[in-house]
Design a protein around this ligand. Structure first.
Ligand code: SAM
Length: 306
């Protein structure tokens, strides 16, 4: 459910800060975020798709917007695709997790700065890449944010964003969520998981704020117009993940109905492998042939004129 159309930008940003601060500690476990080979392969593929198929491009200094716990950027730093990283987020709690992970991975060239995307505390022409994953849909004033991205980029620098919900995909996700809710009791009996005591989770601040953090779901044309208005060139908008996402939402819905430590390992292994297999089917069979609007996630890239 998106934020109310009458919610002020300040309210949306405040809710995003509080919601993500509350979610930070459990975030990696909840979303299955991986900083090993699997996570690195996933984000590399996303960056390549966002850049319209260009692989192996490296960026000396990068600024990430809405870094969260570092899924996108730390996995790119580990592969040497990003040299020096400045990770930003409106939620200090998320950045604390990111800094801990960067230290555990032995990544020295990572700095964190708590800031919102619409007013960046960096000098003009400071970075070669501005990137983000699953963040644009939370930002109230995207024209302001994109003007900031362009300002802090060096001439010829790139922006690359992935994981943005498409309007069609957002509606599509409601189906597996509903199906997951219906089959959850049968699934729990079949795998031997115990029903979750949801009362406590439902009363948490995070749960109460969940419906208010999202502001946009995009059509590819919206993103193309946004890039054009901001004065970027070499604009590219693509789509990714259809089957994998539908399946993933179903999995998450049934799993969240059970006490996490009662979900058997063999189920988790099956769920993960089946998700990765469907990601491959999406990437090899569907993404090259279907229009971007049909996919759950949109990816964009563009260049600041040299
Ligand atoms: C869905 S999470 C994605 C986190 C991370 N990029 C990932 O893919 O795992 C969105 C992130 O954007 C941050 N965020 C929300 N609104 C923001 C804003 N206006 N400016 C900067 N960051 C924001 C949130 O705090 C959160 O960490």
């Amino acid at each position: 459910m998106p934020a109310s159309p009458t919610a002020t930008p300040e309210h949306i940003k405040d809710v995003n800060t509080r919601y993500h601060d509350a979610a930070a500690h459990e975030y990696d476990a909840k979303w299955g975020i991986d900083f090993g080979e699997i996570g690195q392969d996933q984000v590399r593929a996303k960056l390549v798709k966002a850049l319209g198929g260009r692989d192996g491009e490296t960026f000396a200094e990068a600024l990430e917007i809405g870094s969260g716990t570092g899924y996108f950027s730390l996995n790119l730093v580990q592969q040497g695709l990003i040299g020096k990283l400045t990770a930003t987020d409106i939620s200090p709690g998320m950045l604390e997790q990111l800094a801990g992970t960067a230290a555990a991975l032995g990544l020295d060239d990572v700095t964190t700065v708590a800031t919102e995307a619409e007013a960046l505390p960096f000098a003009d022409e400071s970075f070669d890449l501005v990137l983000g994953h699953a963040v644009l849909h939370h930002i109230p004033d995207l024209d302001r944010a994109f003007a900031e991205f362009k300002r802090v980029l060096r001439p010829g620098g790139m922006i690359a964003f992935a994981g943005e919900p498409s309007r069609y995909g957002d509606r599509l996700a409601a189906l597996p969520k509903r199906a997951g809710t219906l089959v959850a009791p049968v699934w729990r009996r079949a795998v031997g998981a115990r029903g979750r005591a949801i009362a406590e989770a439902d009363q948490s601040e995070g749960h109460a704020l969940e419906g208010e953090v999202d502001v946009h779901a995009f059509a590819p044309a919206d993103l193309r117009r946004l890039l054009e208005r901001a004065g970027f060139e070499d604009r590219h908008v693509g789509g990714e993940e259809l089957l994998a996402n539908a399946w993933g939402w179903g999995l998450r819905t049934v799993e969240s109905s059970a006490e996490p430590d009662t979900v058997p390992y063999r189920w988790r292994r099956f769920a993960f492998r089946s998700y990765i297999a469907l990601q491959t089917v999406d990437a090899k069979v569907l993404e090259p042939h279907l229009p971007a609007e049909l996919f759950y996630n949109l990816l964009v890239s563009a260049r600041k004129p040299a």
